[in-house]
Write a protein that binds this ligand. Structure first.
Ligand SMILES: Nc1ncnc2c1ncn2[C@@H]1O[C@H](COP(=O)(O)OP(=O)(O)OP(=O)(O)O)[C@@H](O)[C@H]1O
Ligand SMILES: [Mg+2]
Length: 184
């Protein structure tokens, strides 16, 4: 895939399918250590040990529409191309944590892509799910927590309301731009 954000969208979709109502995404860019890590954590249905070990194989899926599941194998391949790896910790009825790592400066590492649009798509697609998005670049940290936004807005205003969504996307774009020292 051309952008890491597209992998993230795909893997967050797994968490949504797993029935999660809280999804935490942490992107940690350590320029100092030349490592980029993406962690996606959910409180969905989880997997047992055997299933969690098998999902890196494209022929393992709980889909009924086709026999291959590509989200995890594609992310794994992207990590391995960049001297990184993918680990999955999961517990049945508790949740799943997926950690993907890359060598930050690797020539084959896809660019981050548009995180504001990605979070926007996730919010539109799943009104009742809360998202926590933390993005760290070296010592600086940006955080968006939809639970806090809901609290401020009150129960009657949905996050998918166009004005709210625009505000969220701008907030992310500004936050990330500040992390990168004003460079978008
Ligand atoms: N967060 C998760 N919680 C519970 N089960 C998961 C989670 N992520 C993946 N799985 C299980 O692993 C399988 C493989 O996931 P993967 O994303 O590779 O393929 P898929 O979702 O089945 O298909 P595709 O991503 O191509 O649409 C899923 O079908 C599901 O059973
Ligand atoms: Mg998938």
């Amino acid at each position: 895939m051309k952008e890491l954000a597209l992998h993230i969208l795909d893997l967050a979709q797994n968490s949504i399918t797993a029935g999660a109502d809280l999804i935490k995404l942490t992107i940690n860019e350590s320029l100092k250590n030349d490592i980029l890590s993406i962690t996606i954590e959910d409180n969905g249905c989880g997997m047992d040990v055997t299933q969690a070990e098998k999902v890196k194989d494209p022929f393992v899926t709980s889909r009924t529409s086709r026999k291959v599941g590509l989200g995890i194998p594609l992310m794994l391949a992207a990590c391995q191309r960049c001297e990184g790896n993918l680990s999955i910790e999961s517990q049945k009825n508790v949740g799943t944590k997926l950690i993907a790592t890359f060598k930050h400066s690797h020539i084959d590492r896809a660019p981050m892509g548009n995180m504001a649009e990605t979070i926007g798509c996730l919010i539109i697609g799943s009104e009742n799910i809360d998202f926590v998005y933390v993005h760290i670049i070296d010592q600086e940290e940006f955080c968006l927590d939809t639970r806090e936004i809901r609290q401020t807005l009150g129960a009657e205003v949905p996050l998918s309301e166009p004005d709210v969504l625009d505000w969220i996307k701008n907030y992310i774009n500004e936050g990330l731009s500040n992390l990168r020292g004003g460079v978008i």
